[in-house]
Write a protein that binds this ligand. Structure first.
Ligand SMILES: *Cc1c(COP(=O)(O)O)cnc(C)c1O
Length: 359
């Protein structure tokens, strides 16, 4: 069986066409069952005894995160998601509250930065919103912020950011680097970056349960009190177990094979969508990600399009309002984010449906 067939066979049959993995992937049977089994075990032996029994499964998940990020000595914490991770990192930041990030920074991240009193410098980018590494190196050297926050792949367009280039610059200048890998983890190669912190959400490309995530930091980055809060605060252990099983499955599928297939999927999707009259694909066809953003013809509301695609065609996509990347987006769009198991027939169905709902 191909990777696509194995991925599809490992989860419940899809009702319609699921092209919304950048928001929430479909979990596999193994992750769903592991979380349910843990809940049963809590009922049998008590939640705190069951949590002790889950320690090896959780350790395996942490080890998978260390391996996928090559942050081998990292402390890996379970969180409720990427926003929780960023909130934790910034709330306990001891230094000057000034950071540099991309103009395409995720809107809710900007709100967290603002809430913690951070001034935000914009890193230089090209017309596609892609970091200009040389210009960034010059600007960071001339006027270094206290830290750099880089979202390696945004939620509003499939542009892959040159995260390793900025990491080299940050290391050279001694500027700590935090990486938002909510869209990057399990999707792009996250090895060898050398970030001080990297975080992600379970439900996106990793296809784990909703409401959980992971934060990997260099040892000692977080104050002891914050570490204790993350380790011992009340939390849904069963979902952590589910996430660890999803991570184990990702390792078994082969991270490099999944990433290669997702690059193919992005190219397939953009080629298919290029044929829809009036719609414009944002990314170059060969952009190495599986996120495709399409802009509607004048007068067509992508929020209504998304709703009609679900109601009338059972096709799930994402509506992208400008609040998602308020410093970069100028008009709303539709996001199409298939996982490795998308078929040509799925994309043909999308193209036909998009044409129908646009007329
Ligand atoms: C989804 C997303 C987040 C927020 O993740 P949560 O798990 O919902 O907190 C942060 N950054 C990016 C780029 C995202 O796509």
């Amino acid at each position: 069986m191909s990777l696509a067939e194995r991925w599809r066979a490992a989860r419940p049959p899809v009702a319609g066409v699921h092209l919304d993995n950048a928001a929430c992937s479909r979990q596999g049977f193994a992750a769903i069952d592991a979380a349910a089994r843990h809940a049963r075990h809590e009922a049998e032996v008590g939640g705190y005894v069951a949590a002790e029994a889950a320690v090896p499964a959780l350790a395996a998940g942490r080890a998978a995160v260390q391996a996928l990020t090559t942050m081998m000595d990292a402390e890996v914490f379970f969180t409720t998601g990427s926003s929780h991770a960023l909130d934790t990192l910034l709330s306990s930041w001891p230094g000057e509250r000034r950071l540099a990030c991309l103009p395409g920074e995720f809107g809710p991240n900007l709100a967290i930065m603002d809430r913690h009193g951070f001034a935000t410098d914009m890193l230089p980018v090209d017309a596609a919103g892609r970091l200009d590494p040389d210009a960034a190196a010059r600007e960071l050297a001339a006027d270094p912020p206290a830290l750099v926050h880089l979202t390696m792949l945004g939620s509003h367009r499939g542009t892959v950011q040159p995260v390793r280039d900025i990491a080299v610059t940050c290391r050279g200048l001694g500027i700590p680097l935090f990486v938002d890998a909510a869209q990057g983890f399990g999707h792009l190669d996250c090895s060898g970056i050398g970030a001080d912190a990297l975080f992600t959400s379970s439900r996106k490309w990793t296809a784990g349960p909703r409401g959980v995530g992971v934060l990997a930091t260099r040892p000692g980055l977080l104050p002891e009190t914050e570490q204790l809060r993350l380790r011992h605060g009340e939390t849904n252990v069963g979902l952590h177990v589910g996430l660890c099983v999803a991570l184990g499955e990702l390792m078994a599928f082969g991270p490099a094979a999944v990433q290669a297939r997702l690059r193919q999927v992005g190219a397939m999707t953009r080629a298919a969508l290029a044929d829809v009259p009036g719609w414009r694909v944002c990314e170059p066809g060969d952009e190495p990600s599986a996120i495709t953003t399409v802009y509607p013809p004048e007068g067509v509301d992508p929020m209504k399009v998304r709703a009609r695609l679900i109601a009338e065609h059972s096709i799930v996509t994402t509506y992208l309002g400008v609040e998602r990347a308020p410093r970069e987006m100028t008009r709303p769009a539709l996001r199409v984010s298939p996982h490795v198991d998308v078929t040509e027939a799925d994309l043909t169905a999308l193209v036909a449906a998009l044409d129908i709902v646009t007329r």
